[in-house]
Ligand binder design. Structure first.
Ligand code: SF4
Length: 194
């Protein structure tokens, strides 16, 4: 959320007749809630909102709260990751979290571990351009460094996912997205021919 200019770049409503900033709401509610869940990249680590040069001073929810925050990175966050976490809290209590407070039931394995094109990677067969049906590692795929379950969960009603449409993973569920995940694709064909 925005912190520059006292958070006034991110007004979400009004309270007591005055504009209510996201910064004020997070501080007010975050101090009183039984649990805090940061949903999506912007809430977890600043995401696109905090991309350079970040004129609004956007930061994570956790950085303004002195308490544990369950982290659900992703741009966007898959509905299942949020509803699954919420259901677990309601039915069983706190889900198991990793060292960065992500639920292990969703974030324990990298995309690369379960990718349908992994056999191409293991055999050294790489795509030279978008649309090729091989591993997209040399086009810049971020699957090897992005722990999330997209290959088995998929998107838009569990129909498909980026690699299934011959698009490299851009690491949207990894901390530091987007700045640290760029470039999203490399067209250096000579690299793919090495
Ligand atoms: S396409 Fe990406 S995630 Fe899939 S095997 Fe290649 S590098 Fe790994």
């Amino acid at each position: 959320m925005a912190t520059a200019n006292n958070g006034y770049y991110n007004i979400i409503g009004s309270m007591d007749g005055k504009p209510l900033t996201a910064l004020a709401a997070v501080k007010f509610l975050g101090a009183r809630a039984s649990h805090v869940i940061a949903v999506g990249a912007c809430a977890v680590h600043g995401g696109v909102s905090a991309a350079k040069p970040n004129p609004a001073g956007c930061v994570s929810v956790a950085s303004v709260l002195q308490r544990k925050v369950i982290q659900l990175p992703g741009c966007p966050c898959h509905p299942d990751w949020f509803t699954g976490t919420l259901a677990h809290l309601l039915l069983y209590g706190d889900p198991e979290l990793d060292r960065r407070n992500r639920p292990v039931m969703f974030y324990s394995q990298t995309i690369h571990d379960r990718c349908e094109r992994r056999s191409f990677f293991d055999k050294g067969i790489f795509a030279k351009k978008l649309g090729d049906g091989a591993c997209m590692f040399k086009l810049g795929c971020r699957g090897p460094i992005t722990p999330i379950d997209c290959p088995i969960r998929k998107w838009n009603g569990h129909v498909n996912w980026p690699v299934g449409s011959s698009t490299p993973c851009i690491g949207c569920a990894q901390f530091g997205f987007p700045d640290q995940m760029e470039p999203f694709i490399s067209y250096d064909v000579s690299k793919a021919e090495e």
